[in-house]
Write a protein that binds this ligand. Structure first.
Ligand SMILES: [Zn+2]
Ligand SMILES: [Zn+2]
Ligand SMILES: [Zn+2]
Length: 306
């Protein structure tokens, strides 16, 4: 997106708020106000900023199909939806746990999910469920569990129609990445941020995977976070955040090969999600400026290239 517009938004939501007590994420000192991408006066880094008031919300913002039916978002009419399972997922701090489907919450790993592929409540995300013809999937059964795959919303209808296109080799063989952590999957490298009507949207596919086909990724330097902290507190030491499903390069991974898309997880918030406390690790991989320039979309009218 154009840096001018993006900066306006960014400034509006974060920088010009008098109550904002922003601190550098590296050295925890205060940062000078007003710059386009503030550089910390102490450690000279243009890192993400932590902001004491951008608490992760208690609940999520509901999303309708109409709201995401846009050229820059999802090709809604190309998909078969199933509203029955739409729901919002809350955080522990919500006071209306399970009073309605908008306040879905459970504590810890859902007992029906395996320890290795735990299903935790995807707090602050809203699920738009897709129609899935499970009867047509051979081997469908108790070995299939919930994982996530962050993606650009414009790809969703293609993935559902054709399967996951395998472009790259990962660790020496063609494969796709999946994660049991929606927080990990929400990094804009995967789940691109799209700004639409001053709201920030991110999309992560909820998939069911035949876990017998998954291989763990052993490396710990996941998105350059290394060992400085836990990306997702449910996954201590950043272990078991990434799994690979083997495939053939240039081909599409389809449900009979072990992965089927069951829902579109949407996070809609009125400020830059990079400022969420739970996004503290986003800028270990790129600076905020680079994330904004290359991994955020929106206000396409004013956008030249990126
Ligand atoms: Zn600093
Ligand atoms: Zn709630
Ligand atoms: Zn992908």
């Amino acid at each position: 997106m154009s840096s001018k517009n993006l900066n306006d938004l960014f400034m509006r939501f974060a920088l010009h708020d008098e109550t904002d007590t922003r601190k550098c994420r590296e050295c925890k000192k205060f940062v000078a106000q007003g710059a386009l991408y503030p550089v910390c006066s102490e450690c000279n880094k243009t890192s993400c900023l932590t902001s004491s008031y951008q608490m992760d919300p208690s609940c999520c913002v509901s999303v309708t199909r109409e709201q995401i039916d846009h050229d820059t978002l999802v090709h809604v009419k190309r998909l078969r939806w199933n509203n029955t399972y739409n729901r919002g997922y809350c955080a522990k701090s919500c006071t209306k746990h399970n009073m309605t489907s908008m306040h879905t919450y459970w504590e810890g790993r859902l007992s029906s999910s395996p320890e290795r592929f735990p299903y935790f409540v995807p707090s602050n995300w809203y699920r738009l469920s897709l129609h899935v013809d499970f009867a047509s999937i051979p081997y469908w059964g108790s070995n299939w569990h919930t994982l996530y795959h962050g993606t650009h919303p414009q790809n969703i209808h293609k993935i559902v129609e054709n399967g996951f296109l395998i472009r790259q080799c990962q660790h020496g063989f063609p494969a796709m990445y999946l994660s049991p952590s929606i927080r990990y999957s929400s990094h804009p490298r995967y789940a691109r941020v799209v700004v639409q009507n001053n709201m920030f949207f991110q999309f992560v596919l909820e998939v069911r995977v035949d876990i017998r086909k998954l291989q763990p990724v052993k490396k710990r330097e996941t998105l350059s976070v290394g060992t400085v902290g836990d990306i997702d507190p449910h996954f201590p030491n950043n272990e078991d955040l990434e799994f690979l499903l083997k495939a053939e390069k240039g081909k599409f991974l389809k449900p009979h090969q072990g992965v089927v898309v069951t829902g579109v997880m949407v996070r809609k918030i009125n400020f830059d999600p990079a400022l969420l406390q739970s996004s503290w690790w986003w800028c270990k991989w790129r600076t905020l400026e680079q994330l904004h320039r290359f991994y955020y979309n929106g206000m396409a009218q004013t956008e030249s290239t990126n």
